[in-house]
Design a protein around this ligand. Structure first.
Ligand SMILES: [Ca+2]
Ligand SMILES: [Ca+2]
Length: 342
């Protein structure tokens, strides 16, 4: 007994000595977050800024860009080409890109201010959107090939593709239904859309395809983090691209996108989609975000959105913590290619 007590005392003493020593902090290797980016790369240039950030985070080893899928028919038919231009600039010209052929269900006939110039002036190897791989096919192929419960979907446009995925059946890529595939492979879904806690008018990404928005909101079989219109509207980003060279296609997109009587690059513009990809890859960082308790988003047939608290549901929405300055700085820094060598 005496021996056991002595050993215990020795252990306690050793523990205290060790606790007083400086503990070397070893860097914890971070696995890159596998992301599918679902974008309407056509109207606003924040999609271009968001794809730049995804590539930058991939350069830093934080993200793995599995696929880019477009969700709105760009009148110029060059959404996929513009995405490939940006990926190629970052050395990822082999990331697969697919397009939704009917785009969002509400037609959007404005020609893009920047996709034609990007496709013409920068290297890429994608054809017109109509000739690209189908969105649903690439969604199912990518998810089927992924590790279980690993994929983060970041949706920054209409919800048409997510509805198609949800309604899909077994195919050559997977015997699972769309719902089963999402349940098996998707870890997290981040949606830029809506306006919380209640929208005064329908938000663009929801009103482009309200039926898809309702369907995804009511039936998605996993957690959704919502980032409403009000988040990006509080951020002004893009002026950092003024320092980039003429070879940077994201700079070009911001030069060409009109905003407030000038161009987006002049004074920056709201950064909805850049904030969403940050949430997708880095999660809800305490430094920048406050997140709601669980609840559910209600969307009506016009695309209005409303938040309801409900501890049994799996939706949450974010708000910016404090002033938006630090988040703006982070986004502006990450949109510029930093050429990190890992
Ligand atoms: Ca390519
Ligand atoms: Ca967008």
């Amino acid at each position: 007994m005496k021996y056991i007590v002595q050993v215990c005392l020795l252990l306690v003493a050793t523990t205290f000595v060790n606790a007083a020593d400086p503990v070397p902090v070893m860097p914890v290797p971070v696995m890159p977050v596998p992301v599918i980016f679902d974008t309407d790369m056509a109207d606003d240039c924040d999609d271009a800024g968001a794809l730049a950030i995804l590539n930058e985070l991939a350069d830093r080893g934080e993200a793995k860009l599995l696929a880019v899928i477009t969700n709105r028919a760009d009148a110029a038919g060059l959404s996929a080409a513009a995405c490939d231009v940006i990926n190629t600039f970052y050395g990822r010209g082999d990331v697969p890109i697919a397009t939704d052929k009917d785009g969002a269900k509400v037609s959007w006939n404005h020609p893009s201010s920047y996709t034609p110039a990007l496709a013409k002036e920068f290297p890429h190897d994608y054809p017109n959107d109509q000739q690209c791989t189908d969105a649903l096919r690439l969604y199912r192929e990518t998810l089927a090939a992924a590790e279980d419960h690993s994929v983060v979907i970041c949706s920054v446009g209409a919800l048409s593709n997510l509805e198609d995925l949800l309604n899909s059946s077994a195919d050559q890529h997977s015997p699972l239904s769309g719902e089963e595939l999402i349940r098996a492979k998707v870890k997290q879904t981040v949606i830029m859309g809506g306006h919380f806690p209640r929208s005064a008018k329908p938000e663009t990404n929801l009103r482009l395809d309200p039926a898809a928005a309702v369907s995804v909101t009511n039936r998605w079989p996993g957690e959704i983090i919502w980032q409403g219109y009000e988040v990006g509207a509080a951020l002004r980003c893009g002026t950092s691209l003024q320092a980039c060279g003429a070879d940077n296609p994201v700079r070009r997109a911001f030069e060409l996108r009109p905003y407030l009587g000038g161009a987006a690059i002049d004074h920056g513009k709201p950064a909805h989609d850049q904030a969403a990809v940050l949430l997708a890859v880095r999660g809800v960082q305490d430094e920048y975000w406050t997140i709601s308790p669980p609840g559910r988003v209600i969307i009506d047939s016009d695309g209005h959105s409303e938040w309801r608290s409900d501890s049994k549901k799996r939706h949450r929405y974010v708000t910016i913590k404090g002033r938006p300055d630090s988040l703006e700085k982070l986004i502006d820094n990450l949109m510029v290619r930093n050429q990190v060598t890992e």
